[in-house]
Design a protein around this ligand. Sequence first.
Ligand SMILES: *Cc1c(COP(=O)(O)O)cnc(C)c1O
Length: 817
Amino acid sequence: MNQGFDKETFKKSVIYNVKNLFRKTIDEASPEQVFQAVAYAVKDVIIDEWIATHKEYEKQDAKTVYYLSMEFLMGRALGNNIINICAQKEIKEVLDEMGFDLNVIEDQEPDAALGNGGLGRLAACFLDSLSTLGYPAYGCGIRYRYGMFKQKIENGYQVEVPDNWLKDGNPFEVRRSEYAMEVKFGGYVDTEWEGHNNHFVQKGYQSVMAVPYDLPIVGYGNNVVNTLRIWDAQPINTFSLEAFDKGDYQKAVEQENLAKNLVEVLYPNDNHYAGKELRLKQQYFFISASVQRAVKKYLEKHDDIRKLHEKVVFQLNDTHPTVAVAELMRILIDEQGLSWDEAWEVTTKTCAYTNHTIMAEALEKWPIELFSRLLPRIYQIVEEINRRFINEIQKRYPGDNEKIKKMAVVYDGQVKMAHMAIVGSFSVNGVARLHTEILKHQELKDFYEMMPEKFNNKTNGITQRRFLLHGNPLLADWVTDKIGNEWITNLPHIERLAVFADDPKCQQEFMNIKYQNKLRLAKYIKEHNGVEVDPRSIFDVQVKRLHEYKRQLMNILHVMYLYNQLKNDPNMDMVPRTFIFGAKAAAGYRIAKKTIKLINAVADVVNSDKSINGKIKVVFIEDYRVSNAEIIFAAADVSEQISTASKEASGTGNMKFMLNGALTLGTMDGANVEIVEEVGEEYAFIFGMSSDEVISHEKNRDYNPMTIFNEDQDIRRVLMQLINGLYSPEDSELFRDIYNSLLNTKNSDRADTYFILKDFRSYAEAHKRIDKAYRDEKWWAKAAMLNVAHSGKFTSDRTIEEYVKDIWKLEKVKVEL
Ligand SMILES: *Cc1c(COP(=O)(O)O)cnc(C)c1O
């Protein structure tokens, strides 16, 4: 409960807002307008805490982490803010009295989808935890005009629709034009001799104004409000007369267009690098603005820039923000007058880097030509970083040119961002234990050998405030009823549920809540897909970005295999199963989009076949995003985490499912390894090759899927159905490219890169174990409850405490109102 919250004041505030914003009385207002009015009323409460928090930070002169990220996948703000100011009960009551349903009002808010998937959602969970734990923090990112596209399914195909999320304004944001920063692109570098050293000046450049918009990040019940600062781009001096006079008309137009295009759209690639010039511009734009602003703020209260690292730490969320290393060097040398060595010492004590993937296609490499043309001064600094690092390598490994080739920051005409991030940071972390071990001993072996002290692991986490307290209120209330509410800010406390796992009454209550959540999802599916699903069937769910390594294809091939079995024997004894998919594919990822079509084609055939008695249903949920994810996790029985071992760095969806009492069907990959370690292997369904086996096959190139195709007739039958028109009667060639990706008879090296056929039998056998286990209701209830009880490790609160202790060294701040 919120002590200072007054229902009457809040009600008046909502009524006033409706009048002031829309010239309407409350009974004339649409749900969308009521949403706006309620959001502004909540913001009113938050603002006082926001001001108080920053007063306290200044008073304590607290060290601050700047979490630099191209993506923040925030989802909706209203419901989460109401929960975190602890006024949910009161606001629900106020709205009831006025005749509105809080759920309906919350549903009016568009998701802030400023991210692709796991990496962006991790940043959002981290901000929630930082505020709840009372640590001073800024999230720094881009205010994309269009976030992640909305997905429509038309005739089974994905269609991308622009996400104009700001069209009705964003009630929670505050524009801070007083903190605008200039960011410069292009031109050339002039060297001026000044006293006894060179001074470098960028000339003939184009520039834009970076204007920050601040969003409040409310801590749970502690009055702490941190800031997510997202930058918009504005033209600098639109068509000034001066420019006309100088004949710089062309430049004025170009500068205006640069600003217009810069923050227009989020690139919809997940775990995939596309070397687009505009993307590098976006990176430098938000990094230059954020780093300049952080330095300026530091200098307002401190006079020795050599001690910047005592008050500021930059965390780089993947390599996307890596230009921060060179930008900080530029500011320290060119603007603050430090020597190279002094600047390097400060920079490498201030920057820290998080690695999110080992997949080759995700590694950022920028052609020198592009990089140096766009960022001429930054490129000079990168070259010098590279020159000095190569000297280090030669000192350490005299005559070893292989090391230089493998480790240089600039090599083969390209700037390698991961190498620059490692060299320029004091910390390099992976995101799950297995992933960090693979980094140290395989992918980044040479770097680990040379600088082992930098490497550390920080297993990812998720916030229980959004993914249990908000997303699954029935279960949240039940948990609180059983063990009290400490779990909300101390998730390991949820362990106390374990003693109820064998209690028949608790089992029944728990499974009844799962059933209610399945009804809620069934209703959503009926409304959005027009498909009836049976809430008594097993809800078997795979929701995540569509990617070959995540193997949605293996899942749907297994559905085809099961369907074949049922057609052979319609009386086959099996528990009815609803296979639920949700996934966006990058707009240019052809095989991924074709996989979506295949899933929908299989759904069409299977769902309308009366002869199988509804034993299998297949549903593809349109537009998977944070707001519907919350509903989906709450309703899942089985969590499909089936990536090729070694490919998924951590996964966080796996943790959200566990927290909501779904059992994991997964490979020993990413954080699945630690999930199984916590809950016990007997309460999960593990299958498939280990990461060592996968890596060994990749090294030895000794895997040929054709052998399996030839020897296994069930698999062969399924693959033949990809090209015989069973699922595409109008065009039997439709799924030929998927068939080829698995078998590629011309080039066996490129066949079944993700070992789907190799793992298929083991996967099918794990599904049979699930079918058997689900029949034992008591066992299943116990296993589901134990998953919830042992999910404590996977709170992002734990992850943040580890970052603070090992990397950021922050101090907790208390805020009294
Ligand atoms: C958690 C989450 C993800 C990440 O899912 P993984 O299964 O870890 O890839 C992606 N999208 C949304 C909307 C999420 O909430």
